[in-house]
Design a protein around this ligand. Structure first.
Ligand SMILES: NC(=O)c1ccc[n+]([C@@H]2O[C@H](COP(=O)([O-])OP(=O)(O)OC[C@H]3O[C@@H](n4cnc5c(N)ncnc54)[C@H](O)[C@@H]3O)[C@@H](O)[C@H]2O)c1
Ligand SMILES: N[C@@H](CCC=O)C(=O)O
Length: 542
């Protein structure tokens, strides 16, 4: 019973801890990384609150030290997928019937646990499992995940306050019901916070979920699930289902009870899922909501009036190589005018010579390893091809070494053809294609930037000239869902830059915003008439 119109605490972005040498947070996280690296936990499925061990076990390893096993995970088969859907369906009524503030309280509590006693666990597991440095883990796993939980709670209230007008004698109400079926949350390896957000955003709105985590993010995702349980997430509301993608997808996607898909990952996987839903469309009890945020070929366009070569070089280096380039927003193509290129190149050389890569347990490293052997092979293949091509010059990096971990040196390849594969294809790693254009061909190059790639996720323009800025904003209007002026194209913050792209980059439902929560409700309009009429005729008849 609720007697009050409650407000949630006003959210603010979780402050990012610095991990400076000698700081208490550094000592504490470092100790956690060391102790966690010695453990090999067994990761079960968690269905209806019950831990299930299938015996079909895979090893989870460190990307920066691939012989080092950090967990053994049990994988779901078809029977467990069905069980997880049944559990989500069984929990649906009670969870939906709970007053919204109880659901919001679980997430607000999870945010406080994450920023307090669970911070080291979630950060350390992200570091050793996904090869993120302490700063990358802090920004993603601690701060962004807490922001998702806290801001979503306040957006949910905003959404519930969305009510229609009522004319005299009538009370119109809009009930923001959850969807009429379970939500399948399929999550990527690269952001722990996204993995935490995809099942919890629908759950906040009263839905129950089956969460299929990525194999290469299992350690941090498992601890995130345990943290949600510790925050009071009831059994069955979120069902944690490690498993091979097709094994889970082939059972969960065609199930007639599917209410929606909350996906983040590659464009290819998303298109496959969409097609599967299309193939099964007549069998569903409802039209499944399809939300998918996918790949990118994110650009930095430098205008000849750009403020300074140093600023451009910093944006390129941070934008392309931070997080090992494994951000959907990472800069992976750049357009630089001939007049600025020599200076930009000089600054890039200096910056890249200082960017250290290696084991993330060494807090002075700026870059870790890429996620796995498949990613390593794909990136190495592209770099080797670039080295062999006469019309491409690898100006920085190019070294790839998987003897211990999957290390790819930050690489910049200058292409002569602006439509080269390196300017179109997402490689998802520290590889930047760069085209040097004639200063008097700005407009033409801007058009190329707008049309070369099928993606439209993030992009940035560097310019001082306001006419040039306006022109770029207009020409590139549909080339990016997150557009930056004189900044790198990465680092969107929940509550500040709602995130997502269109075209091949996804449905642009802006994770961590009210727009995303809108997709997880199925509103019902209720009209109540206080004094029903007693005369059947129109007033002007008779
Ligand atoms: N736009 C965004 O907001 C955003 C954010 C993060 C990552 N990404 C994108 O994600 C990609 C990197 O992530 P990834 O390598 O984990 O992507 P991926 O597509 O390989 O995997 C994503 C998830 O889909 C699952 N999957 C694969 N095949 C499946 C199937 N047939 N049925 C059901 N599930 C299946 C995987 O197991 C994993 O859990 C990049 O393309 C990146 O740009 C986009
Ligand atoms: N929100 C992150 C991107 C997450 C995707 O991988 C950014 O804006 O850099």
């Amino acid at each position: 019973m609720t007697h009050g119109v409650f407000r949630v605490p006003v959210p603010t972005n979780e402050p990012i801890q610095g991990y400076a040498p000698g700081s208490p947070e550094r000592a504490s996280l470092s100790a956690k990384v060391a102790s966690m690296s010695k453990e090999v936990p067994e990761i079960p499925l968690i269905i209806g609150g019950e831990e299930i061990r299938t015996g079909n076990v895979v090893e989870v390893t460190m990307p920066h030290n691939h012989r080092h096993v950090i967990a053994k995970a049990h994988l779901a088969g078809a029977a467990e997928v069905k069980k997880a859907i049944d559990a989500a369906e069984a929990a649906r009524h009670d969870w939906d019937a709970l007053p919204w503030e109880e659901r919001a309280a679980v997430l607000l509590r999870a945010a406080d646990l994450l920023c307090g006693p669970w911070r080291d666990t979630i950060n350390a597991s992200t570091m050793i499992g996904q090869s993120k440095t302490c700063h990358q883990a802090e920004i993603d796993a601690a701060c962004e995940m807490a922001d998702f939980f806290r801001y979503n709670a306040s957006y949910a209230v905003q959404l519930y306050q969305e009510q229609p007008e009522s004319s005299a004698g009538v009370w119109n109400r809009l009930e923001h019901r959850p969807l009429d079926g379970y939500v399948l949350a399929i999550t990527p390896f690269n952001f722990t916070s996204i993995a935490g957000n995809l099942p919890t955003a629908p759950a906040l709105m009263g839905n129950t979920a089956v969460w299929k985590p990525s194999h290469t993010a299992l350690l941090s995702n498992y601890y995130t699930m345990k943290m949600l349980e510790a925050a009071g997430m009831p059994p069955g509301v979120i069902n944690f289902l490690p498993g091979d993608g097709p094994t889970v997808g082939n059972v969960a996607i065609p199930d007639h009870r599917l209410g929606g898909i909350h996906f983040t990952g590659s464009t290819r996987t998303f298109q496959h899922i969409w097609k599967e839903i299309g193939d099964n469309i007549s069998g569903y009890g409802q039209y499944p909501r399809i939300v998918g945020e996918t790949g990118g070929k994110d650009f930095v366009f430098v205008h000849p009036s750009a403020c300074g070569a140093r600023e451009v070089a910093v944006a390129l280096a941070r934008g392309a190589f931070e997080f090992q380039g494994q951000k959907c927003s990472a800069a992976s193509r750049a357009y630089v005018p001939k007049s600025l290129w020599p200076d930009v190149k000089e600054h890039l050389a200096e910056i890249l010579s200082e960017m250290k890569m290696g084991d993330v347990a060494d807090f002075s490293n700026f870059i870790g390893a890429v996620i796995d052997d498949k990613s390593f092979a794909k990136l190495k293949g592209a770099i080797d091809r670039a080295k062999d091509e006469a019309n491409v010059e690898v100006v920085f990096g190019g070294e790839c070494d998987d003897s211990e971990g999957y290390f790819i040196q930050p690489t910049v390849a200058v292409v002569q053809d602006p439509k080269h594969d390196l300017m179109r294809t997402e490689y998802f790693g520290p590889l930047l294609g760069l085209y040097v254009y004639d200063d008097d061909r700005v407009d033409e190059t801007l058009e190329l930037c707008a049309t070369t790639s099928p993606y439209a996720l993030t992009g940035a323009i560097f310019a001082d000239d306001r006419y040039a800025v306006r022109k770029a904003v207009n020409t590139l209007r549909f080339a990016a869902g997150n557009f930056y002026i004189n900044d790198k194209p990465t680092g969107a913050v929940v509550g500040q830059q709602p995130f997502g792209g269109s075209r091949a980059s996804g449905t642009n439902d802006k994770a961590g915003s009210i727009l995303n929560l809108l997709r997880w409700v199925s509103p019902r309009t209720i009209k109540e008439t206080f004094a029903p009429p007693t005369d059947w005729r129109y007033p002007f008849l008779g």
